[in-house]
Design a protein around this ligand. Structure first.
Ligand code: AMP
Ligand code: MG
Length: 414
């Protein structure tokens, strides 16, 4: 059925072509915005720029512990004795005005008293009772944080698309912002397929294995900014699969299936995609993960990922993750380039994702070391990997020191 059923869809396209198609599909979709409490906003993506509702700092204050005084009272040579008339600590009631010839003890962050425009740090003065003896060397206006020196009122504080990271949350609190407009997280539904699969809690019978793609894809989607709305499983039954697909597509922006995407007897998904969806492509010239299929189903974007765990992870990283970033208003996933620590070779022309570890080489450049076990069904290579190294299409052998693209696994890099 394979070749004829999907005759109208692009097939066996290159990885770069597939990336371009999914990018176009994602860019064409709406990115809804929602208003949420800042208490729940960590990690979310700001949908509109934030402008400073007031200046920050809102009042002139001292950058150091010392004595607030008038610049006009600073000696140019020798010393000058000023009369200590009060104290201004952070959070305390206002100290008296600093008249000529007087000063006020001040601590870091405390508001500059009226009349004062300069702070002499305590290491530069001697105090004898009520007399503060100031030496030369303090510049006019020194050690004062001016109103608005951090942000002027009305200045752009955070740009749209900014991750609400700890620094951004600190700014929101400083400006008294309690609610923010953020991109709604893309909703992802996951359907694992296969008669041989049982849940993790079950004991596998003859020829059965536990479903590991469900939790893996859920974790990958969540780490890519998605809200995982369902993780379900269905056996290799066309009717039940179709029902599940429709139900899940109705609740998600992106539907991920695993398994059943190739040309085996139990691989039902390409045919279902053709009958009930709009197939964007089927099969990409990559290893692992060649059978991956992308289609529209209802209003959702559907990625039928291959069942082998490493294939599912690689196709997710290469094709799904950029879409989730785009739908969620995030910057595209970080693409890195690294130096191969060892020579690699392959016996086919497809692009290949190697499981491996990205780290810092002796020359301070990023280095990628491929793992010894690269079987697409082997979880061991995936478990120790922190990234996938992409050996480009066409290349059969790359010498140590070659620079390749590396796709970091989420949680390591944004
Ligand atoms: P398929 O793409 O359905 O032909 O599956 C390819 C291989 O991946 C088979 O060995 C399946 O048993 C295995 N597989 C499929 N789905 C899963 C899953 N959810 N968890 C673990 N292994 C799976
Ligand atoms: Mg299967």
């Amino acid at each position: 059925m394979s070749a004829t059923v999907l005759a109208s869809a692009p097939q066996r396209i290159s990885f770069d072509e597939a990336r371009a198609i999914v990018q176009t599909l994602a860019a064409a979709r709406a990115r809804p915005i929602e208003c949420i409490d800042v208490g729940a906003a960590a990690g979310r993506i700001l949908a509109q720029p934030l402008h400073a509702p007031c200046a920050l700092p809102a009042f002139a204050n001292s950058a150091m512990d010392g004595y607030a005084l008038r610049a006009a009272d600073l000696p140019t040579t020798g010393e000058r004795t000023l009369r200590l008339i009060g104290r201004q600590l952070a959070g305390m009631a206002p100290a008296p005005e600093v008249a000529p010839g007087t000063c006020v003890r001040i601590t870091t962050g405390a508001p500059l008293p009226a009349g004062a425009d300069t702070v002499a740090i305590q290491e530069r003065v001697r105090v004898e009772g009520n007399a503060v003896i100031v030496g030369a060397g303090t510049a006019a206006g020194a050690n004062v944080r001016a109103v608005g020196e951090d942000f002027a009122a009305g200045a752009e504080v955070l740009a749209a698309g900014r991750v609400l990271d700890p620094g951004a949350l600190a700014l929101l609190a400083s400006f008294g912002v309690l609610e923010v407009n953020v991109h709604r997280r893309p909703r992802v539904a996951i359907l694992t397929t296969g008669d041989e699969l049982v849940p993790a809690a079950a004991t596998p019978g003859f020829g059965q294995l536990r479903d590991s793609n469900g939790p893996m894809l859920a974790a990958l989607a969540a780490a890519s900014g998605a809200e995982v709305v369902a993780v379900r499983h269905v056996g290799d039954d066309a009717q039940a699969t179709e029902q599940s697909l429709r139900a899940l597509a109705a609740m998600a922006d992106v539907l991920l299936t695993s398994g059943g995407a190739s040309v085996g007897d139990a691989d039902l998904l390409p045919q279902l995609a053709q009958q009930h969806g709009r197939v964007h492509f089927w099969k990409v010239r990559i290893k692992p993960g060649m059978p991956v299929l992308a289609a529209g189903i209802g209003s959702a974007l559907w990625f039928a990922l291959p069942g082998n765990p490493v294939s599912a992870a690689a196709t997710f990283l290469g094709l799904v993750r950029p879409v989730l970033h785009q739908l969620g208003g995030r910057e595209p996933p970080c693409v890195l380039h690294a130096v191969l620590t060892h020579a690699v070779s392959k016996s086919h022309d497809r692009a290949e994702f190697l499981r491996g570890r990205l780290g810092c080489g002796a020359d301070a450049r990023l280095a990628f070391a491929a793992h010894a076990r690269q079987g697409s069904a082997q979880l061991s290579g995936l478990a120790v990997a922190n990234s996938l190294g992409l050996i480009p299409e066409g290349a059969r052998e790359l010498v140590a020191g070659s620079v390749i693209e590396v796709l970091p696994l989420p949680a390591l890099w944004p």
